[in-house]
Design a protein around this ligand. Sequence first.
Ligand SMILES: Cc1ncc(COP(=O)(O)O)c(C=O)c1O
Length: 418
Amino acid sequence: MSLDLALIRAQFPSLNRPAIFFDNPGGTQIARQSAERIQRYLLECNANHDGAFTTSRQSDAILEEAHAAMADFLNAARPEEIIFGNNMTTLTLHISRSLARTLKPGDEIVVTRLDHDANISPWLLVAEERGCKVTWLDFDVEDCTLKLEEFEKALERKPRIVAFGYASNAVGTINPVRKITEMAHAAGALVYVDAVQYAPHGPIDVQSLGVDFLVCSSYKFFGPHAGILYGRYELLEGLKAYKVRPAPDSLPGKFETGTQNHEGIAGVLGAVEYFEWLGKTFGGEQEQGLREGGYNGRRLELKKAMTALRAYEFELSRELLSVLGEVPGLRLYGLADPRKLDQRVPTFAFILDGRQPRPVTEALAAAGINAWDGNYYALAVTQRLEVEASGGMVRVGAVHYNTLDEVRRLGEALKKIV
Ligand SMILES: Cc1ncc(COP(=O)(O)O)c(C=O)c1O
């Protein structure tokens, strides 16, 4: 069953505006279910944590439900493995302090040049503080895929932490997460996966991937500005938390410092409820196979949703590739082979011959199309591709609420600019 785009777009009130949203890798529009959860939280049960009275009990019940919903979304073994925080960057800086305590001078950390800086700088800071060595894993500039043969060599030195992304926010490459995780584990390293850019595009299963930590941000998957960290229970339990004394020593509270953004967390629950609706409405085709694979309840609906939208996104990617390929003088970075769409998300970065990216995005904005330019904090990528000094790249990224017609209008606008 393919997606009914009119029905899907009706779940996103902000899509009523005339703009075409291809700025999604920087942040998606919010689903109505999520915005309503935020409003209901603030108007009906706004309260601090752990009081004896009704609104506090109701508030805590919502926070608990949000942990359970995110555990379902990531297929975590238990809700206590879900830690909420401001955003992915802050959560990573926070937990990296705890991990730093387990390292000693000379230990090695692997980071990649394909990553957003939020999964690089925290580890550089740890290395500086603890006297650790950093190995940079390079990518192939031709197709922007990680050089795994270099990774194999790096593993011979037995690194302690390997930090890498699920999907690149600049060029859209999906990394082979399970394979990298298996390789890292065989060498005795922990893996820290940045799934911020993959989360809106496909199902995530932390148990089957075997990852130790995985982070994402709900404003990239149709919810509000809130970050989510998954950590394996025994690992989180064993880590020393940077916390104040009256805060709990148990999970997840020991890492959820201070009063949380309760309404934001309620909004994350709403975003998961949106996906659940999507699964119930459009995911029928996969139902039987998934049930046989052991999925049920909300996990089943979420898996159905993410599988259905990923299938539709292949169509968007194919059209984007074709449309961008028709623009004279357009240089695309990253995987451009239509047979390899399963190795990328529909995020495309390019430059137009002889033009700085900013005037291009300004011209697109004048045509009613939102797109990003610059490095989008994927500084190592733009440096490696040698485009940093010339303003980075133009980036357009589709999600499942975008239409094929919008992609074609992007193509027309780019042709006019050229
Ligand atoms: C791949 C990736 N990682 C990390 C981040 C940072 O996320 P946050 O804004 O939640 O700190 C972003 C934001 O663009 C991103 O795209």
